[in-house]
Structures are given as structure tokens and as C-alpha cells.
Design a binder for this molecule. Structure first.
Ligand SMILES: *Cc1c(COP(=O)(O)O)cnc(C)c1O
Length: 390
């Protein structure tokens, strides 16, 4: 057994990132400035997006989007329970009602048929999350949204660099929010990016920075003016050049990171294919998976232990895991406010009970991967339920 604990998702920061941060700290500009602009344009080019707006989180991107769209009291936004709280909290924060609908059993992405059934006269938008890095069924979601004149917002926290029908996630006309949180595929410690149409992002930029019609960093540029107008009560969500210094290099390294993620996924798939105790992640045709997560589902009838014990057994073998996600409707605030029972969203609930995410990140060595495989295999075999003779 390995002697050191294998962390679930440590960051991978190199000398280039460190040098760039130091260069920024030694410059005269440490907040939103030239490096943030450069990161925005390089990110937009990478995602084939019309434009990009760098912010201090994905949460900020989603919140800014709802505010810019004027979604608020009396409005409903249809979304998924299989996400991090941030995607749904922002809907509450603008005063709108999140309407949670169930997910598809294979990808655990929002189920378009459930979206269709949940549309009311109050519905303004559908907020889709590309769970684990597998794109949601955007063609079906878009056609429902179009027929009811709803906006579509994409939470792409897991989805860099994912593609749907050969188009990068973030390249279309839906506002799409990416996360550069410490555990994500590309990190700036904390950070996020919103992509979408240039005119929408221009409005969003104002909302994201105090509602000021001119940006602070331009005010202090050579020849910049001291004058600005506040046109809305905005937020304070800008990215700093210190964060962008990390992002510029992480973006350059992303193809290498992804290659390593894909290799690890290949090794897991090959090793676990024969284990009847596990269900492995599904990849549909016409998508490129970003492989942010590798969630496995335990086959309840095949094991004598549940998910929680499985996690403890892996921890005892010094393997870190996580659970994505505790469905939103199980959290006390949403459960109580909307009177939700676990089985109101049966697919999300059933999968939550038996899901866990294995370590998957480009820091992992061949030995780390082999250790995870050995540990999972050992736990599954030891706790396998013996089949009774027919
Ligand atoms: C991480 C995450 C977020 C929040 O990202 P931040 O950049 O930390 O705000 C939102 N949605 C999902 C699905 C996430 O995993």
C-alpha cells in the first residue's frame, strides 16, 4: 500500500506561472489591467468565443449574467440538482425561483424532457451545467428554450475544454461561465470567465464592476479621465492581473493537462471494465469530454457496502476521493424552502447515494494511477456480494 495520502485534486503550477506572477508584482499594475485583457482575448480565441469577460469566479459570472438579463423577483429559472450550490444560490440571490428538474441517468446532466414539463409563464431561463465535463444535451435544451423564448445560461465550471457537436463549449451565443477555482482543469487560485456575445458582455462588464460606465483601470491609464458614471448598482467581480498571470500559462498548458487526463481515464476504463460492482462514466457521441471528474457509481446489488464505506475503505488505502454532488434539493435551505423530498428528483437522488469521484488530475504519476486502480479493485473484490446459486 502507498505510504503517502493521494490528494483528490492538487493544483499543477509551474515555474512559468510563478515567474509571470512575480513579473506582475514588480510592475506598476497588479489589479485588472493588460494581463487580464490578454488572458481574456487568448481565452476567447481558444474557445472560439466572440468575446470573454474575466471575473473573480464562475459564481460571479453566473450572478452577473442573471443581473444583466434582469432576471429577478417573480421569475423562474429551471436548473439541475446535480451541481455545486453556486449555480442555484445565484438564482436565489437575484430574487428569482430556482425550479429543480431531474437529470438523465447516463450523463447526470439536466433532462430536456423534464425541462419542457417545468416551463411556466414565469420561466425566464434554463441554467444547464455540463456535469463532470460532459456537455449537456444542448440541441434539445436550445430547441425547448427557443420555442418558449427562454434564455439559456451555461455553467461550464467543469467544461474546459469540452465540445458539443464539434463546437467548443463557450463558443455560442449563450452566456457561459467557466471556473478557475483551485481544483478545476485550469486554475488561477480563484477566478472565472464569462463568454458570450460581445454586446452582452459589454453590459455584463459594467454590472460586474460597480455599474461604472468606464473601467477603473482605464481611468488610471495615461491620458485616462477621472470622470465616470454609475449607471447601475453593480458588483465587484473583476479579475486581477495577478490571477491572469496564472491563467495565461495555464491556458497554454491546457492541451498537455488534458492529454494526461485522457490517459488516466483510459487506464481507469481499461482496469474497471470487468468489475461488475462499478458503473463507469458514459460518453455520448458528438461530444468531447473535458474529464474534470471521473465519477463512478456503485452497483448496489453487487456490493455488501455502501458508498460511504467505499470511500472510507479507499481512504484507509490512502486514496482521496470526493462526491459530486450532494443534490441541491437535499440541502436544508432548498429542502425546507421548497418542501422537497429526496425522491422528488429520483434519478439525482439514487445516483447521489452510490456515486464517488476518483482522483483525476495531471499531477498524477503512473504509480498514483496504479495505486488508485489497485485500491478500487481490492475494495470491490473484498466487499463483493456473493451471488446465490439459482
Ligand atoms: C466549482 C463550481 C462552481 C463555482 O465556481 P467558482 O469559480 O468557485 O465560483 C460552479 N458550478 C460548478 C458546477 C462548480 O463545480
Amino acid at each position: 500500500m502507498r505510504s503517502e495520502f493521494l490528494s483528490f485534486s492538487p493544483p499543477l503550477i509551474g515555474q512559468e506561472e510563478i515567474d509571470e506572477v512575480v513579473d506582475t508584482l514588480r510592475s506598476d499594475w497588479i489589479t485588472t489591467g493588460p494581463k487580464t485583457r490578454r488572458f481574456e482575448s487568448e481565452f476567447a480565441a481558444d474557445r472560439q468565443a466572440e468575446a470573454a469577460l474575466a471575473l473573480n469566479s464562475c459564481t460571479a459570472g453566473l450572478h452577473t449574467t442573471l443581473l444583466t438579463m434582469g432576471i429577478g423577483a417573480g421569475d423562474e429559472v429551471i436548473t439541475t440538482p446535480m451541481t455545486f450550490a453556486a449555480s442555484v444560490n445565484v438564482i436565489e440571490l437575484v430574487g428569482a425561483k430556482p425550479v429543480l428538474v431531474d437529470v438523465e441517468p447516463d450523463t447526470l446532466n439536466i433532462d430536456p424532457r423534464a425541462v419542457e414539463r417545468a416551463v411556466t409563464a414565469k420561466t425566464r431561463a434554463v441554467l444547464a451545467v455540463h456535469y463532470a465535463g460532459h456537455p449537456a444535451d444542448m440541441a434539445a435544451i436550445q430547441s425547448i428554450a427557443d420555442s418558449h423564448q427562454l434564455a439559456v445560461i451555461e455553467d461550464a465550471a467543469h467544461a474546459i475544454p469540452a465540445s458539443y457537436r464539434d463546437r467548443p463549449i463557450g463558443s455560442g451565443s449563450n452566456p457561459t461561465a467557466f471556473s478557475f477555482y483551485a481544483t478545476k482543469n485550469l486554475t488561477t487560485g480563484e477566478g472565472g470567465m464569462l463568454t458570450g456575445p460581445a454586446d452582452f458582455l459589454e453590459e455584463a462588464r459594467v454590472i460586474s464592476l460597480h455599474g461604472m460606465s468606464r473601467e477603473a483601470w482605464k481611468r488610471y491609464e495615461k491620458g485616462g479621465s477621472w470622470r465616470y458614471d454609475v449607471v447601475a448598482p453593480g458588483c465587484k467581480y473583476n479579475m486581477t492581473d495577478i490571477q491572469a498571470s496564472l491563467g495565461i500559462w495555464q491556458l497554454k498548458k491546457l492541451p498537455l493537462f488534458q492529454q494526461r487526463r485522457a490517459e488516466i481515464v483510459g487506464a481507469y476504463n481499461a482496469a474497471f471494465q470487468e468489475l461488475g460492482e462499478l458503473e463507469l462514466p458514459v460518453v455520448r457521441d458528438n461530444v468531447e469530454h473535458a474529464w474534470h471528474l471521473y465519477p463512478i457509481r456503485l452497483v448496489a446489488d453487487a456490493l455488501r457496502i455502501g458508498r460511504d464505506e467505499f470511500i472510507e475503505e479507499l481512504k484507509a488505502r490512502r486514496i482521496g476521493t470526493s462526491v459530486h454532488f450532494i443534490p441541491i434539493h437535499i440541502h436544508p435551505f432548498y429542502r425546507d424552502k421548497y418542501g422537497l423530498e429526496p425522491n422528488d428528483l429520483p434519478v439525482a437522488n439514487d445516483n447521489f447515494e452510490r456515486i464517488l469521484s476518483l482522483p483525476l488530475n495531471p499531477r498524477m504519476s503512473e504509480q498514483d494511477v496504479a495505486d488508485v486502480i489497485e485500491a478500487v479493485d481490492d475494495v470491490a473484490r473484498r466487499h463483493r456480494r456473493r451471488r446465490r446459486a439459482a
